[in-house]
Design a protein around this ligand. Sequence first.
Ligand code: PMP
Length: 442
Amino acid sequence: MNASTTQNPLFYQTSSHIPLVSRAEGIYIWDEDGKRYMDGSSGAIICNIGHGDPAVLDAITQQAQSTFFTYRTQFENGPAVELAQQLVHHAASSLSRVFYVSGGSEAVESAIKLCRTYHLSRGDGGRYLFISRFPSYHGSTLGALALTSYAPLEIHYRPMIKSAPKIPAPYCYRCHYGQSYPTCSLSCAHALETMIKQLGPENVAGFVAEPIGGASTGALPPPDDYFAVIRKICDKYSILLILDEVMTGFGRTGKLFAYQHWDLQADIVALSKGMASGYFPLGAVMCRGDIVDSVLATGGFPHGHTYAGNPMACAVGRAVLKRIVDDGLADRAAAMGERLLQGLRRLAVKYPIIGEVRGKGLLTALEFVSDRDTRTPFADHLQVGNLVTARAFANGLIVYPRRSINGLSGDHILVAPPLIIKETEVDELLDRLGRSLDEAST
Ligand code: PMP
């Protein structure tokens, strides 16, 4: 059977035609017609070390020759233990325990269930509410979706899930309160305390946030003092701080974990994507040791997934982490990210449809507006982010689009190439993007 000629029964979000991939190497992907694309979005911001890495291929071969799969409650396996040890070492914080899953949504689900179980283990079973932010994205399973604030994805399922209470994300370009930083005194962070009081602190289990907003917001770094305020409020009310580092982890933003930008201590961190860099499904929750001890001492954690901690995925994760650490890819992301941001700012001078350029490391975004002075988004039906993405694709560059959030923002695209990108390739990316913006602007 030939995948390109027989009828394709696969379906995803839309019915649009997409090309069949032929191969991928480094930061490039080729389709079946031999056309080459620069992977300017690392897939869905996942392929941090690029495609076809020989050390990872080697790790896969070696592990496959030893053990493909054993079940986590029957056998421990070396790669799982060693990867966990490495993660704890590099977390350099009180996050001393690791629980494996197979993806980002599973990591977020596990984090909130672990948090709830912890409060139960302390006889504080009234705490069941989680506060998150708008806009945000935390995954597609029902629990993670309840934390998410992105209407196109969650609206159909609202009868089945109770949307979590939400506070505004630190989205300074479109401040919810109409204020400016720093005169705002971080109203959006202090909103957490107001919300906790409203809900009753005795009912609140945790606060969940992406350290740097990703898919829903378009690379949104908070002001540097934001998380210090959040941490203080969580401590004051004995609420756990859960960071969703699914997109920001593993060097993406210029540090191995984004919380390291602010010396922030989280209680639980959700990981995936860059953890296995697309070579295998893998995710994890890292957690404070005393939280895990309390849970395990009082009946355990009644939660888990079949593929969790399997030797193949963990062998890949171990090889990926080694590559990121040994080759200093987080520092590289910081340096290349700076070059990319400077180039994007030059494009913004030329193309008035760019309202804001933002990001940290190699997690960057452009937000599009119809009027730069008033920051007015384009009409929804114009789908400018999709248009720019389509033009870029035609020009051999992959970027990652997101449509306007409930009409509250402009469309945006994420530009987030693999961390191995070279200076000349950053320049080539900017070149292709410039051409695409040119075409989309006319
Ligand atoms: N959290 C964040 C911050 C994400 O960006 C994503 C995926 N885009 C998820 C959770 C969900 O991950 P997955 O798609 O692997 O379930």
